[in-house]
Design a protein around this ligand. Structure first.
Ligand SMILES: [Zn+2]
Length: 109
């Protein structure tokens, strides 16, 4: 089974040398925070969530324990209260105007 990040617009897979994190299924309050942060339905069944992963790109450096405290672990260990917060919202336009650069085609008849 291939581990894949469940975040929209993020297609990282296990082979990308990233750490993947499971949802905090044992902590209802934090699980709710994760689902809210990920814009997912809070009623998503646990058996579905148990198959999903979030990659390390969506966590801040401060969400992890200091690597010096985990010398023997492969991958990085999240703090118990960590919630994914780092998302790239590519659909938002910085200028607010419509994109016009695609209209160059067919302009010279
Ligand atoms: Zn990701």
């Amino acid at each position: 089974m291939v581990h894949k990040c469940c975040v929209d617009s993020c297609w990282n897979t296990k082979r990308a040398n990233l750490t993947f994190h499971r949802f905090p299924l044992g902590d209802a309050e934090r699980l709710r925070q994760w689902l809210f942060a990920l814009n997912m339905d809070v009623k998503t069944p646990l058996h579905i969530l148990s198959k999903l992963f979030v990659c390390q790109k969506h966590f801040q450096h401060d969400d992890y324990y200091d690597a010096a405290n985990q010398p023997s672990r492969r991958g990085r260990l999240l703090k118990p209260n960590a919630v994914p917060t780092q998302f790239r919202h590519t659909h938002t336009s910085e200028t607010g105007g419509p994109t016009a650069h695609t209209r160059v085609e067919h302009s010279n008849k």
